[in-house]
Design a protein around this ligand. Structure first.
Ligand SMILES: [Zn+2]
Length: 380
């Protein structure tokens, strides 16, 4: 390896040790854990502190013999992330700092379907610019932005199709860059369920290494996490659980087929079933939606041998009204149900999982390659 790539590798190694530690740790502990010499670790730590990625905390009051060591921690005023989400009926943006703390959160509820892609992304751009101004006021430099969308996204960020928005081949990064203050920011785009699943995996809420995350909105998507990694599928388009048939020959779906899960357990179907106009009015079990979800999830469990299902989006508040019907179907249809239970639980990040996952993706990219950030920020 070239010298510079060895150094980049070691910077990431040191930063990861500090990030993964529950408490501030000393340079000596980092050296012991990484196998690097103390002199090497000290030089790397100095660069990370100077670059605004690490902070050195005062040592705790001495309790015994010897000089207590200063503790290292991620810098809360270091590079931050802008997490954005566009969904059928809302826009959202948040600022998350390097430690993973949410510093600002903005949400605007409005149906995005009538406006079309350019207007919806212009609206999101204004929201993102407001979030960026709040980050600026806090003195937080932004490392980048990530956008969660309810659709199939190509590797270059092009939204190939978002059926519930009625979008096709939308250049989201290109349109977002027109917003004030966004032109210089690296922007990535990913499917909202994928980002939410990654957010849950890393949120430390006890998510296992393998699970399926199901995001309920007007559409329904899934993020499949296997052995700690997102399974994206051959072309990156896995997780379209909303179009798993649960009633062949049933209601027509926006995708053109009939009887898709979305038509029974998507938000509009649920409001219809409950005969209410908003989710917080729901006060009774949702048998049709719960049974439809149970049918689709039983197929997923039978196919993948997953033992945990995490429900996100609108399913977080609705889980008490869905759980019995889902579990009845799982019990009845999962071949191994009597051998090992399937755990059904709500997303720990709640309805914000997708935009939090988006911000987390940016933070991870800084943590995984601090040298790239330092060189971009002119600090290396
Ligand atoms: Zn469909």
């Amino acid at each position: 390896m070239r010298q510079s790539s060895v150094r980049a590798h070691n910077l990431a190694l040191v930063l990861r040790q500090v990030a993964d530690s529950a408490n501030p740790i000393s340079r000596a502990t980092v050296a012991a854990a990484t196998g690097l010499t103390r002199a090497t670790v000290s030089a790397l730590v100095d660069d990370l502190v100077a670059g605004g990625l690490l902070t050195e905390l005062d040592p705790p009051p001495r309790t015994g013999a010897g000089r207590p060591a200063a503790g290292l921690a991620l810098a809360a005023d270091g590079p931050a992330a802008l997490g954005c989400e566009i969904n059928v009926d809302y826009l959202a943006a948040c600022v998350v700092d390097l430690t993973g703390a949410v510093r600002h959160r903005l949400v605007e509820h409005a149906d995005q379907r009538p406006a079309g892609a350019a207007a919806a992304l212009a609206g999101l751009g204004r929201l993102a610019a407001r979030a960026r101004a709040l980050a600026d006021a806090d003195g937080l430099p932004l490392a980048g932005a990530a956008l969660a969308v309810p659709g199939l996204v190509a590797a270059d960020g092009l939204i190939r199709v978002a059926p519930n928005l009625g979008w096709q081949d939308v250049d989201a990064p290109g349109l977002l860059r027109h917003a004030p203050g966004m032109a210089d920011l690296p922007i990535t785009v990913d499917n909202e369920a994928n980002l939410a699943a990654l957010g849950e995996l890393r949120a430390g809420g006890g998510a296992p290494d393998s699970f399926v995350y199901v995001s309920g909105e007007i559409g329904i998507g899934a993020g499949i996490v296997l052995d700690g990694a997102l399974y994206r599928g051959v072309r990156g388009w896995s997780g379209e659980i909303g179009h798993v048939p649960v009633h062949p020959g049933g209601r027509e779906c926006r995708c053109g087929a009939h009887g898709c899960l979305e038509q029974y357990a998507g938000m509009e179907a649920i409001l219809r079933e409950a005969g209410v106009s908003s989710l917080d009015q729901i006060q009774a079990p949702l048998s049709s939606a719960g049974t439809a979800l149970g049918l689709a999830l039983a197929a997923v469990v039978n196919l993948l041998d997953i033992d945990t299902i995490v429900l996100g989006g609108i399913y977080v508040p609705l889980l008490p009204w869905l759980r019995d019907h889902i579990e009845t179907e799982l019990h009845h249809r999962v071949l191994t149900a009597h051998l090992a239970p399937v755990t059904l639980r709500a997303a720990v990040l709640g309805p914000d999982a997708a935009m939090r996952g988006a911000a987390d993706a940016v933070i991870r990219s800084v943590r995984d390659d601090p040298a790239a950030w330092l060189s971009r920020a002119g600090r290396l």
